[in-house]
Design a protein around this ligand. Structure first.
Ligand SMILES: *Cc1c(COP(=O)(O)O)cnc(C)c1O
Length: 526
């Protein structure tokens, strides 16, 4: 353990090592959050996963959500003072959420419970983590600064295909020691998504449209991260280093563990589940962060039996969980109505494999190297058995995704988004006797065009009829609300047409253009 780190009074310490066994000196929470990726390319994992007793879990229902989150963080031994953790959580889960329960549960029947993770400022589940991480990022930077382990600030650069960019902007806006720049493919995001980003307030934010598609955008940003000369220039001229704050950051995972524990407490308090009786959880999965958080909640003592991994037509995880082989060597990338799950390499799976292989870093190194070199890896029999004991998986094609939205609306008068629809259908296919908690990851109004197609029995990708195609994203949502009687479009989405556009710059996707734009942003005095 590290000598230089003395935990603050009242803090039980926990340290983070990595999935590939390459970090010789485990680090405290604050350092893991600032680093993001561990040295050597592995992911940080807690040395020790705390356990909660069933009574402790159930008693969370008596607290406001921010206190529940602070309780779980304290159990994990975060190296910040208790009062600081509580204050950060109060500000993370405050009135920027449109429901004071933060992530309320809607029960469709006695055994089907929908966990609504989209009441935050951008109406998608990434807010649950991205309202929390930036506050802990700033507090961690401050703590490391006080310990003399840090003397610069950060530029967060994010390439986004839509949702993550806005959630990151909202989370980091006005955060101390941080500036954030987001790049999106010009013409490649929905009207709503673009307006959400270019109207962001805050004095440390910048948004650029980029010529090209998301891949061009992402490649450009990756190249900027890889340019050491540029990194030196940023440090010497602006005193910042680049950071990505993406979903492999442990500080994004921990907030997600909270809501699974909290939901169980909530179900017990509402009389839906008897304390100690198991539930199953179904998660629409992309990068494997959300479902991994559910696994950690289970590991900590939450009575979760099975974890259902739901995929769209990009079903690499379904195949992995059913066969033990992760193979992207001949897999095409499919475009689906649930774009936030369109992914081939699920980065957080590495943490899950580390845990399920008995924390075998050597095995993980081998699998990750196979994935890099052969685009394929196969886990050993014991690890596969461990996967099968806790996970089941299935996938949903595009037609079924849309028809499920209509089916659920017709049966329950409850409108779900395409990501939630994937989870709903997979839960139906895999469930047994246990009550099921379905993670609902976006408000329907973020994906109005596909919700419209679903409700009108149209095919995925079919052009909208002229009258609908002529509408702005906001107007289309109003039309859907009128047709369905679901007048629940969140204010932040409903008012976008009237919001002031702050960012109109479109840049080329070359590394130099992005570097130039980022440096110009840092040079601006705010
Ligand atoms: C990011 C996202 C997902 C996938 O979550 P992972 O943690 O990457 O598995 C699912 N639905 C929506 C709406 C998302 O934004």
């Amino acid at each position: 353990m590290k000598d230089s780190f003395a935990p603050a009074a009242g803090v039980n310490e926990n340290f983070y090592s990595d999935t590939r066994g390459l970090v010789s000196d485990p680090v405290p929470f604050t350092k893991a959050v600032i680093d993001g990726l561990a040295h050597g390319g592995g992911l940080y994992v807690p040395a020790h996963v705390p356990a909660l007793l069933i009574d402790e879990i159930c008693s969370l229902a008596e607290m406001p959500y921010s206190k529940r989150a602070a309780t779980v963080y304290r159990a994990f031994g975060v190296d910040l003072p208790t009062e600081r953790i509580e204050a950060l959580m109060e500000s993370a889960y405050g009135d920027q959420f449109d429901d004071e329960r933060i992530c309320p549960i809607t029960s469709l029947d006695e055994n089907t419970h929908v966990l609504e993770l989209w009441h935050g400022p951008t109406s998608a589940f990434k807010d649950m983590a991205l309202q929390c991480l930036p506050r802990f990022f700033s507090a961690s930077a401050e703590a490391l600064r006080e310990r003399g382990e840090l003397d610069h600030d950060f530029l967060i650069l994010v390439a986004t295909s839509g949702d993550t960019g806005k959630a990151a902007l909202e989370g980091f806006k006005n955060a101390e020691h941080v500036r954030i720049g987001v790049l999106f493919p010009d013409g490649g995001v929905s009207d709503i998504q673009r307006k959400q980003m270019v109207t962001t307030t805050g004095d440390n934010v910048q948004v650029w449209g980029v010529h090209g598609n998301f891949d061009d955008c992402q490649t450009g940003v990756k190249n900027v991260f890889g340019n050491e000369a540029y990194a030196e220039k940023l440090l010497s001229e602006h005193n910042v280093t680049l950071s990505s704050a993406n979903s492999i950051n442990w500080g994004r995972l921990m907030p997600q563990i909270v809501y699974y524990i909290s939901s169980y407490a909530e179900l017990v308090a509402k009389g839906k589940v008897e304390a100690g009786k198991p539930i199953d959880v179904c998660v629409p999965t992309g990068n494997f962060g959300n479902i991994l958080a559910a696994w950690y909640a289970k590991r900590m003592g939450t009575p979760i039996e099975m974890l259902f991994c739901a995929s769209n037509e990009n079903r690499v995880l379904t195949d992995f969980i059913n066969t033990g082989t992760y193979d992207i060597s001949e897999r095409d990338f499919a475009l689906t109505p649930s774009p936030s799950m369109d992914i081939l390499v699920s980065s957080n799976l590495e943490r899950q494999l580390f845990e399920l292989s008995g924390r075998n870093a050597e095995a993980v190194r081998g699998w990750m190297s196979d994935l890099r070199e052969k685009k394929c890896f196969r886990v050993d029999a014991d690890t596969f058995a461990a996967v099968r004991a806790e996970f089941a998986a299935d996938s949903v094609d595009n037609e079924t995704c849309l028809s499920t939205i209509k089916e659920v609306f017709d049966a329950n008068g409850y409108l779900i988004d395409p990501h939630t629809a994937v989870a709903y259908k997979v839960a139906e296919q895999l469930r047994g006797e246990n009550p099921v908690l379905i993670a609902s990851t976006a408000h329907w109004a973020k994906f109005g065009d596909n919700v419209y197609r679903a409700l009108h029995g149209m095919a995925p990708g079919e052009p909208l009829p002229e009258e609908a195609a002529a509408l702005s994203g906001c107007q289309l949502n109003e039309l859907i609300a009128d047709e369905t009687g679901q007048h629940n479009v969140p204010a932040n989405l409903a008012t976008l047409d009237a919001a002031h556009v702050r960012f109109e710059e479109v840049i080329d996707n070359s590394t130099e253009d992005i570097e130039h734009a980022a440096a110009a942003f840092l040079g601006k005095t705010n």
